[in-house]
Design a protein around this ligand. Sequence first.
Ligand code: 5GP
Ligand code: ZN
Length: 114
Amino acid sequence: MSDCIFCAILEGSLPASIVHRDDTCLAFMDIHPLSRGHVLIIPREHAMQITELPEPTVQHLFTVAHRILGAQRALGWGLEGSHILLNDGPRANQMVPHAHVHITPREKRDGLGM
Ligand code: 5GP
Ligand code: ZN
């Protein structure tokens, strides 16, 4: 979709630090990380909300989230916990109108509170 920054990343016209790619999704580092290892996982298909996506695609996003969490924990990131977050729609703080899953590893004294 034109004017979508995540579609531009998928097309390669906007650079990103890609950590995983397959036929269904792409995962890359968040440009403004809330913590070390903040990753976004996006479907290749443009859709704003997950109800617009086929159920297997949504399942795959979380399968990849599970794999990335495992890889991060092998690196020692998020050993005490991570946020696995999806802001679904503008009222729920979704800023980029292309569905995405956040993985935000937590660390002691990471400044995020709680
Ligand atoms: P939302 O509030 O929509 O759930 O989160 C959007 C996320 O996308 C934010 O964490 C923001 O930092 C990230 N983001 C916005 N623009 C870009 C970009 O051009 N590149 C990357 N890698 N991340 C982006
Ligand atoms: Zn898009």
